[in-house]
Design a protein around this ligand. Sequence first.
Ligand code: APR
Length: 249
Amino acid sequence: MQAAAHSVGSQKLRDVFANAEKVLVVTGAGVSAESGVPTFRGGGNTAVWKGMPFEVISSAGMLQRDLPAVWEWFNYRRGLLRSVKPNPAHQAIAEWQNQYKHLSLVTQNIDGLHQAAGSRNVIELHGSIWRGRCFDCGGLQALRELRIDDDVPACPSCGGHLRPDVVLFGEMLPAGAFERAAQEAGDCELCFVIGTSAVVYPAAAIPEIARAAGAYVVEVNPELTPLSGLCDEVLTGKAGEVLPLIGKS
Ligand code: APR
């Protein structure tokens, strides 16, 4: 006989999960870890590319200095992502969106796996690896179909150079993205913080805003983070294993 799925979290969480109308979900690289996407910092390591820490290759400075190198790094990452699939964490969040009157999803991830799992209106704080943006006309170009080899891709509208439509270190977030996320945080009753080391701002401020506004804040992460102490509840474990069990009686 198959063991009954046990639930996770407190009775309080089950009650809030059952009765909330406005829910905010904030995710980071950890939510995609079980899909095979490497995180940046978890486990004490940081990603390195050709001897360069990712903070260097993924920076505004590198964009000015060596645009082809930045494209090579993002081509490599897009190559990795082509074969990965959403995991049960992405699927649980997409299902939650159908369960609540209002669920907003704010992600730091650029991998598009939330959308691939069926989540809608995802607020992408750090952009998307599947888009390019023109330096000259600002036009956006979908990259999924675009064959990209060594050269810097050209903008189909004006011929200008494209850059990855991703927020690099030293750059501002996309216009309005943080404001929308902060608005949702100030308005929600329940806030999940899933798979983020909570060290990169302003993204890490979103759950703090929700907490200050009186929301019930729940962290899901195999490790403690600087945010753990601020949360009403910490569920220690992998998102793909924990999320499907939340709210189950
Ligand atoms: N389930 C949940 N959390 C996990 C899992 C998992 N299966 N595996 C790892 N984690 C946690 C790690 O413990 C760590 O706390 O996910 C977190 C990943 O942290 P980071 O790699 O720092 O990723 P993130 O917080 O999203 O980074 C923020 O920094 O590098 C920039 O722009 C990049 O968006 C990124 C931002």
